[in-house]
Ligand binder design. Structure first.
Ligand code: ZN
Length: 265
């Protein structure tokens, strides 16, 4: 696929393999790149493809989160790199572990890859000024990971949601997800009042899709609480309750949720 202009001078490009989206927001002073693909060679290919948009080198590179398919192309770019405050620690300690869990073949393939760590760190909100427009970065709470950033372009009502929203498959609950926090984080995303949302994977969606995904994610959180209160272990919980997604995809969600509930007493 080639670049798709999803809103005024805002682009996304989807890539096969991991089916991941990359985003670009262009303004008078330059362009913001959102995510960098899964390896340095993939990042270098992306850098070439940015020329099709007249972008020689981005003014800023934003990582939505530390999963390898979104940021292992970082070293193909010059930066400056923006990410959540907890992203550097995640890249150092956890990114390789979760990649080895999720995709051992890819982990072996990219072993030793340098991953540039963001130095522009965001706790809650930051702005990037493109001269004639502003790009906002928001951490709206935990969800897909503990350090998800969304990118909002207020002048055209567009939000790049990273993997807080997924269109081409169900939302991904990994061993670093926060299933009980995720629904409220999506409610905050909806409060940004986006006209369109670019998910981490799949095509752009509207408010209705995002709301229904939020509701399904809230139903998962409800099932986690209910099965915890009933004293069920995670495997039993997955067998006995009703879930909005294939229970085989929810093992980490239920385990993580039950642990969180146990820790909160
Ligand atoms: Zn992810």
């Amino acid at each position: 696929m080639s670049w798709e202009e999803v809103a005024d001078r805002c682009f996304r490009r989807g890539y096969g393999g991991f089916d991941v989206n990359v985003g670009v927001v262009s303004g008078r002073l330059g362009a913001v790149l959102i995510d960098t693909r899964a390896s340095v060679p993939e990042g270098l290919e992306l850098r070439e493809q940015l020329r099709e948009l007249g972008v020689e080198t981005p003014l800023a590179v934003v990582n939505t989160h530390g999963h390898f398919d979104h940021c292992f192309g970082n070293a193909a770019f010059d930066g400056p790199f923006w990410g959540h405050l907890d992203l550097p620690g995640y890249l150092e300690h956890e990114a390789w572990r979760t990649m080895a869990e999720d995709d051992p073949d890819w982990a072996a393939r990219v072993e030793g890859t340098p991953v540039t760590v963001p130095s522009r760190l965001v706790r809650d909100t930051a702005l990037i000024d493109l001269g004639d427009r502003i790009v906002e970065l928001h951490h709206l709470g935990r969800g897909h990971t503990g350090h998800d950033l969304v990118v909002r372009v207020p002048d055209c009502g567009l939000v790049f949601a990273g993997d807080l929203v997924e269109e081409s498959g169900p939302p991904c609950y990994g061993s670093d997800s926060f299933p009980l926090d995720w629904p409220i984080t999506l409610t905050r995303l909806l409060e940004l009042d986006p006209e369109r949302v670019v998910p981490g994977h799949g095509g752009p969606v509207g408010t209705e899709f995002t709301e229904s995904q939020r509701d399904a994610i809230a139903a998962v959180a409800h099932g986690i609480r209910e099965t915890y209160d009933a004293g069920l272990d995670p495997l039993k919980a997955l067998r006995s309750a009703e879930w909005p997604y294939d229970p085989a995809l929810l093992l980490h969600a239920v385990r993580r949720g039950h642990l969180q509930l146990a820790a909160s007493g």
